[in-house]
Structures are given as structure tokens and as C-alpha cells.
Ligand binder design. Structure first.
Ligand SMILES: O=C(O)C(=O)C[C@H](O)[C@H](O)COP(=O)(O)O
Length: 214
């Protein structure tokens, strides 16, 4: 689990992982600058859009210091494309053992989504220790995270889904919640509009509120 341990420590420094859907790859460099210039040099770029791999490539080219993950990774082919583009970790909404195997073969850390004790035990069986708790708010929120962490001392959870500036702090206050994810810093509409001023403001507010000093 050592690959997971070092990724967990790295993500813990950022606390908030912006989840971004990039529909127009032309926006990618400006988005990279908005993240890095405003103090949050990390993102999960979701494979919900066709240009996701190209967007990762362009973001990394614009700001090599960015730590980029790829989200909504549903199979090994997507993981391979994301890795080739420069993604350093993979995230999925659920736990697909075939994707776990594919990512392991590629040597890239994978954070699968879970929202139940049985899924956590499947993840433990596959020697995964950093898991995405998704969809966080709809699955029971902070109370559910506490309940799930209690019997499973080996795991850390990254809550994602329904998080806001108002509830993210409640999750981050829990032990073994190194970070959380969400689209609120980079909503798709603002990304599509290329409104980097609004995105930059949201990022600065989060950096300030959650005292992010990576
Ligand atoms: O695409 C994936 O891999 C996902 O698992 C879904 C996203 O992480 C959530 O859709 C973010 O949720 P919101 O912050 O509530 O918008």
C-alpha cells in the first residue's frame, strides 16, 4: 500500500481537490494558470469529456508543477491514456477490480469510489487504502464517514459529491480524511465560459478558508 501512503500524504497537503470537466481543451492552459497562480496546484480532470487526456496534457505543459489526477476512469484504456498525458493518479466513482489491476500494471495509484462496508472490504482485499467516498452527501455525509472509518482503521477516505465551502470543513476535521473533492471551485459552466477570474476567486477563498499551504 506504499504507493497509496505517499499519495495520501501529498493530497493531505492540498486538502481540497478540484474536480474539473473540461469540454473545450483550449481552456486547459488558462485553467492550469488559475489553479497554480492562486495557490492550489492540483486537480482531478474527469474523463467525462472526450478531450480529457488532451486537456491534462495541455495543463501539464502550461504548468509542470501541477499535480494532476484523472477522474471517472472506468477502464484500463482510459487509465493508459491519462497516464500518457501526464496524470499521476486515477480516480473512479466505483470499485472495478479490472481497473484496479490495470492501474497496478501501469504502476499508477488508483482511488476507487466506495460507499458501503462491503465495498471497503473489497478494496482491502485488493490492498487499496485510499478510497473515494462517493457520492458523499447523498450517501449519508459526515455521519456516514465517521461510521465507516470506525471499524476500518487501515483506510483513509476522500469524500466527494455534494461538497461545498460550508460542509467541506466538517469532513476535513475527521481523522483519516486527508482531503476531499468537488466541482464547486471549478463549476463546468465557469470552465466552459473561460471565466478564470471567477474560478481564481473561488480558489483563493478556499485556500484562505481551509488554510491550504502546500
Ligand atoms: O467523475 C467522477 O469520477 C465522479 O466520481 C464524480 C465527481 O467527483 C462528482 O460528480 C463531483 O461531485 P460534485 O462536487 O457534487 O459536483
Amino acid at each position: 500500500m506504499s504507493q497509496h501512503n505517499s499519495l495520501t500524504a501529498t493530497l493531505a497537503r492540498f486538502k481540497i481537490i478540484p474536480v474539473i470537466q473540461i469540454n473545450n481543451v483550449e481552456q486547459a492552459p488558462a485553467l492550469a494558470h488559475a489553479l497554480a497562480d492562486n495557490g492550489l496546484a492540483v486537480a482531478e480532470v474527469t474523463f467525462r469529456s472526450a478531450g480529457a487526456a488532451e486537456a491534462i496534457r495541455r495543463m501539464k505543459q502550461a504548468r509542470p508543477e501541477l499535480l494532476l489526477g484523472a477522474g471517472t476512469i472506468l477502464d484500463g484504456g482510459q487509465a493508459e491514456a491519462a497516464l500518457a498525458a501526464g496524470a499521476e493518479f486515477m480516480v473512479a466513482p466505483g470499485l472495478n477490480p479490472r481497473t484496479v489491476t490495470a492501474c497496478r500494471a501501469l504502476g499508477v495509484p488508483f482511488i476507487p469510489g466506495i460507499n458501503s462496508p462491503s465495498q471497503i472490504e473489497q478494496a482491502l482485499e485488493l490492498e487499496l487504502s485510499l478510497l473515494k467516498f462517493f457520492p458523499a452527501e447523498a450517501s449519508g455525509g459526515v455521519g456516514m464517514v465517521k461510521a465507516l472509518l470506525a471499524p476500518y482503521q487501515q483506510i483513509s477516505l476522500m469524500p466527494t459529491g455534494g461538497l461545498t465551502p460550508d460542509n467541506a470543513g466538517d469532513y476535513l476535521a475527521l481523522p483519516r480524511v486527508p482531503c476531499c473533492g468537488g466541482t464547486w471551485l471549478t463549476p463546468t459552466q465557469l470552465v466552459d465560459d473561460g471565466d478564470m477570474a471567477a474560478i481564481g476567486l473561488r480558489i483563493r477563498q478556499a485556500v484562505e478558508k481551509f488554510a491550504i499551504r502546500p
